[in-house]
Design a binder for this molecule. Structure first.
Ligand SMILES: O=C(O)CC1=CCC(=O)O1
Length: 92
């Protein structure tokens, strides 16, 4: 199943810079592992914002939730999920 996900990163400005940098490094490693596995085929920076649009390709809502809730930055993100269905005009 495909999901369109918007992630807005809201790291508190007073978070220790070393903790922030470690979180961001772990986030990159975690997401790149999922990108290589094929479960995270798209990630795009939203121009001018500390936010991304992503497409995740996972088995079901539960797997999506498990992946998102394990993001190192999860406590510092607002996340909006849209489930995608096949469009009837899509050409094969
Ligand atoms: O958009 C961001 O910077 C947050 C993020 C999610 C996965 C990733 O690698 O960074």
């Amino acid at each position: 199943m495909l999901y369109h996900v918007r992630m807005d990163v809201r790291i508190p400005p007073d978070l220790d810079p070393a903790v922030r940098d470690a979180l961001i490094a772990r986030e990159k490693e975690y997401s790149q592992q999922l990108q290589r596995s094929g479960k995270w085929p798209h990630i795009w920076r939203i121009a001018g914002e500390y936010a991304n649009y992503s497409v995740l390709d996972v088995a079901d809502h539960d797997e999506l939730h498990q992946i998102l809730s394990n993001l190192p930055l999860f406590p510092y993100m607002d996340i909006q999920v849209t489930a995608l269905a096949r469009h009837p005009s899509k050409v094969d």
